[in-house]
Write a protein that binds this ligand. Structure first.
Ligand SMILES: [Zn+2]
Length: 247
């Protein structure tokens, strides 16, 4: 069930049977020469959509721009600074809590979002702690690749060159959902360098085409489908366990 494709009476009915919602969250940033700019938002969105359709779990619209300042030297990247992102997340949380949601599961597709997501949770809980009142809701975050069984599936499909940015796995997930967007690009070098970075200028000087440690030319829609199906089933189990907890 998708919130943005439902009418308000359907959400009112849903809240009578569940207080839980999944919020896909990602980023709009360069993903190497053949990866889509929306990859980090699309991966959790694609998996959550399939989970919502298969199980009836409610899925919110995707929070699709995150902390991506280090990718700004590549055209198309859009970022929120941490303070903006934390404030926006608080407003999303407060809006959902106002309607009676008590379990909000942020399903993340971008490692760079994690510090701001954790800070937003802390800001959200702080007023309750400071007033010595019990907070009536619980917030959770999980990266899609950290769902039980998913990384194992990715490593089996891409034993070499999955990498850590513009990974073969994440590009494959987007190609599964958007096969018309598949781009055939020869990677040079075949597997991108590994390493650390600081700001946007440093990143582009270190990783010339945007990839880190990956060979995403291996990505195909068929391989992406295997990953999506594994992640879908895992998300349904994890979300239902979270929604059912303490209720
Ligand atoms: Zn990514």
């Amino acid at each position: 069930m998708q919130l943005h494709q439902a009418a308000w009476p359907e959400i009112e009915d849903y809240l009578k049977r569940s207080k839980g919602i999944v919020v896909p969250i990602g980023s709009t940033e360069q993903h190497g020469p053949n990866g889509l700019l929306g990859t980090d938002a699309l991966c959790p969105e694609i998996i959550a959509r399939e989970a919502g359709d298969a199980s009836g779990i409610l899925v919110a619209p995707t929070f699709n721009v995150g902390n991506a300042q280090h990718h700004l030297s590549f055209p198309g990247t859009i970022t929120l600074r941490p303070s903006t992102m934390i404030a926006a997340l608080q407003d999303w949380i407060d809006s959902l809590v106002r309607h009676g949601f008590e379990r909000i599961y942020f399903f993340n597709g971008h490692g760079g979002n994690i510090p701001s997501l954790q800070a937003a949770f802390s800001e959200s809980y702080a007023p309750w702690s400071l007033r010595d009142e019990a907070c009536p809701y619980v917030l959770k975050s999980c990266n899609w690749w950290d769902l039980p069984g998913v990384m194992k599936t990715c490593r089996e499909i891409f034993p070499v060159g999955d990498g850590s940015h513009a990974t073969a796995s994440e590009v494959a997930v987007t190609y599964y959902a958007y096969p018309d967007s598949v781009k055939h690009v020869e990677m040079n070098p075949k597997i991108a360098p590994e390493g650390d970075f600081t700001d946007a200028d440093n990143y582009r000087k270190t990783f010339a085409d945007g990839r880190i440690g990956s060979d995403p030319a291996q990505a195909t829609p068929e391989k992406g489908e295997v990953i999506v199906k594994a992640a879908r089933d895992s998300l349904i189990a994890e979300a239902n366990a979270f929604f059912g907890a303490n209720q």
